[in-house]
Ligand binder design. Sequence first.
Ligand code: HXC
Length: 510
Amino acid sequence: MKDILAQLESRRETARAGGGQRRVDAQHAKGKLTARERIELLLDEGSFEEFDMFVTHRCTDFGMEEERPAGDGVVTGWGTINGRQVYVFSQDFTVMGGSVSETHGAKICKIMDMAIQNGAPVIGINDSGGARIQEGVASLAAYGEVFQRNIMASGVVPQISLIMGPCAGGAVYSPAMTDFIFMVKDSSYMFVTGPDVVKTVTNEVVTAEELGGAVTHTRKSSVADGAFENDVEALAETRRLIDFLPLNNREKAPVRPFFDDPARVDKSLDTLVPDNPNQPYDMKELITKIADEGDFFEIQAAFAANIITGFIRLEGQSVGVVANQPTVLAGCLDIDASRKAARFVRFCDAFEIPILTLVDVPGFLPGTGQEYGGVIKHGAKLLFAYGEATVPKVTVLTRKTYGGAYVVMASKHLQADFNYAWPTAEVAVMGARGAVEILYRSELGDKDKIAARVKDYEDRFANPFVAAEKGFIDEVIMPSSTRRRVCRAFASLRTKKLANPWKKHDNIPL
Ligand code: HXC
């Protein structure tokens, strides 16, 4: 018996050693943690239960039968984050470059199947040289099996991808189908074709970091949702994000203890909106002043900053926030902002997270760039996402909300539950000057007359009361009482039930 136990321990030790000390040192030298170190930091201490530690590949080509490392380049299993169950796979770059073989893929599929069945999130830590070259099509098939599970898990359990090394070629499409992608600066990259192929085909000279690094994907492409300085920060922030999310689409997000009075009044909000309508103010100030303890987890902070998306808690409950940001492009909606917010709204709706929308939007951004880029179709995504969302929806208008953008931003007409306006709100087809220039074109030469017309238009429409008279605004509220009003609104909606007509699935403009 003693021998048998010793044999188990020795086998475990070999498996835990991955590709050996030399390769582990090389991994550390690149500033990267190993697959197992990452799992340790991600999960609660001592909570990790491993699967398939002894799985080996079955390839016999290219002399592969000589080397069959236990685990086959990926560590899989489950554990807890602040006591809540998650499934994890962590590719081990020290074992054949973390490359994906038939068995490596099967290990990932096993925990994904369990995650779907048991209703717990999947966190995938990607650090891989891609398809195991020696296995050919068997490796591609393995990827295909993982992709299919990503699709089936979508909207059922949250899926988070951490990119902590190479992720290239078709391999990128697994993370691409997950809900959130976090990358590490200077040590991770994602691209469909690498710098060498790019050089050959398009003659562009570009480094891997420029082509597909964390900064590129969080600022330019919007493929990734967050960029972090190192593995430790990325793992810690993933733990923080998981705390905002439900385990699956049939459960509610956890309710966390809160110490912030839901009735807290913040007098500074009464002067947040400047007197000059063209002067910006920082909408993040409003978000953090509404949130429990000022805690805000922002998603895609570096992309389309004219709209803000992220999670807060109100009375300990998770709420998704979408807010126009007047300091960037005056808070206009454009292609990027619409896509960013639409995907966020759909995530919240899929996982029963209520949505708070803070509106100050002068309209859609004009220009050939926008029209040629399909702003019609992309703007429609946000409109569609809001309209189909059945979760509790509370909207606060702080200042302008003009034209189509008024309707898009969680207006009453899109099944929003509470639509509040600050006294500074203006709901109109367009700004007063633009309106007067169209309505009174023949008087444009007469400055005094036009000024009077603008004043008249402003008096009539530059306020929330016209919309309130029609019931499109439920109430005009004091800015300082926003947290209290919004908390009460969401509290009253906890039992909301709303179902859209049956359909196989919708046909959102993609
Ligand atoms: C088998 C691989 C491998 C692979 C790396 N290794 N990639 N083994 N299949 N795809 C092995 C190396 O032989 C080496 O083994 C160890 O992993 C570390 O690799 P290095 O090259 O020494 O590391 P580094 O210099 O850091 O370079 C990393 C790399 C490079 C840039 C990822 O290894 C590389 O270019 N690999 C090939 C990438 C590739 O073309 N993959 C297929 C893409 S197609 P030893 O024993 O020396 O430690 C694809 C399609 C997916 O992935 C399609 C899905 C539908």
